[in-house]
Design a protein. Structure first.
Length: 702
């Protein structure tokens, strides 16, 4: 296991209030508020009392509900709340599973043991013998965590029981079971049983302060009592069960086919951990202070930490996994996981699409460049211009003088060099081009920015028309495919874009002015994997619209042409929400709409010359160097957790330097029949950015 994955998996398990917040209809459904979660079905026999919510997903079956007295709870069967809670349960299960072992108890019975805080491993099954007691000793630390990682089954025999000593809290006790758990008759247990498959509670078995969570299978009850519990910070001997509501007004049993509208079953979270509060308020330590105040904390981690801290101080309740991390990990490890939550992947979208637009505009602007040759109108050659005969004196047959006309002299027009013919006016020009580029923007470890690598490749086609000898206009279209990736597996993205552009150029004997206006529409996909608890692959899809303009002017000085240019882009990325392609959506983010602008000037020198041959063809060469400066600044994008919409924060990513050097070279070959081909390579460098690209173009003028 890699260091980063190990740190992420370690992330989360030691401590704290079971409080996973979700909003629905203005009420919160927290993981801590659920007494029973089942993947398949819930079956009850006999009078059972349940204090807490119930969820079944993806199954929907709840049998025996009429025999259940449900206090302070709501039933969710096969709905969106139940699905989301199952995701939270999966995250909890994986976090527990990933904790490093403190002591291996494989093959030993739990009977008669007194254990201190730690992670206890059983490779196969775990058992608590009939009538025996397991004691957990917090040694005065109310935040002490007790985790039992059990490879297969957990069995508590009849009348087996557990006691908590010296401040130990049942809310900090977890039994992670690799298959199924069974509590036999009159067993008295406490803590959260988190089973991969099923949980069975036989007659009179109780979870006086705890919960029964079965990920994939069923929960089976028979005359039981289950009370969810809350954590306290006052050092009481036990984690206290949530206080029931007024007994004269219990929540009525619910028809499984008609779930009750959600209510908040655990109070407002602002108490001291007793009664209806969840224990996160009332003077509890802010777990984010160390991250926020540490000098080595990255900008990304600090932004996420500040958002959660504000949410907590505003009365919000922290998700279970997050509270675990804050109390279990070192500041450095916690910071690393907060950075992984940040959703930096979205910062690669705008640069990727803008890079594609730059490559397209370069191709469009260059599409009209021709050798600067003065064009002349050819003369007709079907007939001679004139026939001339002079009157001359000759000698006759016998030596006598004779006058007559000389032989006709045909005066022909001057011959046109084939190379000159190749340069005759051809007002129409159709062309096609393949282009692409690859760029690397260095990250900034101190700020938590990852290195970004981006590539694009496209096909373009266009049509130009000469309005006059010195002025031409044109239209072009392009399809482009681009992608990017962030270092350290922080995510990637891809885009398919359609571009369209209008362009024009006019020139005199000494100068030129050209411009282009382009529009692009992109379908973008982002892809990131979060390894904090297992492997959660999160996919986002959005649309991007980009408007760009380019204006350039130059002055001819022989083969040298100094020029100045301005290029502007404005890009709008629609809001979008990530969905889980695999794993859970616990860490999914919602990204706000974002506008990104660019305004860049270029000041440089172009060198161009051509060589004609006797066959009418010509070869052109060109070099270009320019200094570019970016003027625009953009606000960082805002995102929030899907599971906790109230937690939003800004995140920036790797940014290229404002000043850069642009270099380019081109070569072309044209034939007297109007066919031509040319190619170009270009590069751009700044202190933390470089880009290499090129294109090849074929066309026909007529």
């Amino acid at each position: 296991m890699s260091k980063s994955i190990r740190a992420a998996v370690t992330a989360a398990l030691f401590a704290a209030p079971l409080s996973f917040v979700h909003a629905d209809g203005g009420s919160a459904q927290n993981l801590e508020s659920f007494a029973i979660i089942s993947g398949q079905s819930l079956t009850n026999t006999g009078p059972t009392e349940i204090n807490g919510n119930i969820a079944v997903w993806p199954g929907t079956s709840y049998t025996g509900a009429t025999s259940v007295t449900q206090i302070n709870g709501v039933i969710y069967l096969g709905d969106a709340v139940a699905q989301r809670i199952q995701d939270d349960l999966t995250t909890l299960y994986l976090l527990l599973q990933g904790r490093p072992t403190t002591q291996d108890l494989t093959g030993q019975d739990l009977a008669g043991k007194t254990l201190v805080a730690g992670v206890y491993n059983f490779d196969t099954s775990a058992n608590l013998a009939a009538g025996q007691t397991l004691a957990l000793d917090a040694e005065g630390d109310p935040n002490a965590i007790f985790i039992f990682n059990i490879g297969s089954t957990l069995t508590v025999e009849s009348a087996g029981n557990m006691v908590l000593l010296n401040g130990a809290q049942a809310g900090n006790v977890y039994f992670r079971v690799g298959s199924s758990a069974t509590l036999n008759t009159s067993a008295e247990m406490q803590g959260q049983i988190v089973a991969l498959t099923s949980i069975t509670m036989n007659t009179f078995a109780t979870l006086d302060c705890g919960a029964a969570y079965a990920r994939n299978g069923s929960v089976t009850l028979d005359t039981n009592v289950i009370n969810i519990c809350t954590l306290v910070n006052d050092g009481d001997d036990n984690g206290d069960p949530v206080a029931p509501v007024d007994p004269v007004d219990p929540v009525d049993p619910v028809d499984p086919a008609d779930p009750v509208d959600p209510v908040d079953p655990v109070g407002d979270g602002n108490g001291n951990g007793n009664g209806g509060g969840n224990g996160n308020g009332g003077g509890a330590e802010n777990i984010f202070d160390n991250v926020i105040n540490a000098s080595e904390t990255t900008e990304a981690a600090k932004s996420v930490a500040n958002a959660w801290s504000d949410y907590l101080e505003g009365g919000g309740r922290l998700p279970l996994w997050l509270d675990f991390m804050g109390k279990a990990l070192s500041t450095e490890e916690f910071s690393e996981n907060l950075s992984q939550m940040s959703g930096e992947v979205s910062t690669g979208v705008a640069p990727m699409v803008m890079q594609s637009m730059d490559a397209f505009l370069d191709t469009v602007v260059r599409s009209s460049h021709q050798p600067r040759t003065r064009l002349v109108e050819p003369q007709r050659q079907e007939a001679p211009v004139a026939i001339i005969q002079d009157r001359v004196q000759t000698v006759g047959k016998y030596g006598t003088p004779k006058y007559g006309l000389s032989e006709p002299i045909i005066i022909e027009p001057p011959r046109i060099n084939p190379a000159t013919l190749a340069a005759q006016p051809r007002p129409w020009d159709v062309w096609a081009s393949g282009y692409g580029s690859r760029s690397v923007t260095d990250g900034d470890p101190a700020r938590g920015w990852q290195k970004r690598t981006s590539e694009n490749r496209g096909l373009a086609a266009g049509l130009n028309y000469m309005l006059s000898t010195y002025t031409n206009v044109g239209v072009a279209v392009s399809w482009n495919k681009a992608d990017f990736a962030l270092s350290n597996d922080y995510g990637s993205g891809a885009a398919e874009t359609v571009f369209v552009a209008l362009r024009g150029r006019t020139e005199t004997e000494t100068a030129y002015l050209e411009g282009a206006l382009a529009y692009g529409r992109s379908n973008v996909t982002t892809d990131r994997t979060v390894t904090i608890a297992g492997m959660d692959r999160l996919i986002g899809e959005t649309k991007v619209r980009n408007l760009a303009a380019h204006v350039e002017a130059g002055y001819y000085m022989g083969v040298f042409t100094p020029f100045v240019g301005v290029r502007a882009q404005s890009l709008k990325t629609d809001a979008f929400t990530e969905l889980a392609a695999s794993g859970t959506s616990t860490f999914a983010l919602q990204y706000d709409e974002q506008i990104t602008n660019s305004l860049r000037t270029e000041l440089g020198l172009d060198i161009g010359w051509s060589s004609e041959d006797a066959g009418g063809g010509a070869t052109t060469f060109g070099l270009r160097a320019a200094w570019a400066h970016e003027f625009a600044s953009n606000e960082p994008g805002i995102r929030s957790f899907v599971s906790v919409p109230g937690v939003s924060f800004p995140i920036s990513g790797a940014t290229r330097g404002r000043d850069s050097l642009i270099l380019a070279a081109r070569v072309g070959r044209s034939a007297s029949n109007g066919l031509y081909i040319d190619g170009a390579i270009n590069a751009e460098y700044s202190k933390n950015f470089h880009d290499f690209g090129g294109s090849i173009k074929m066309g026909y003028r007529w």
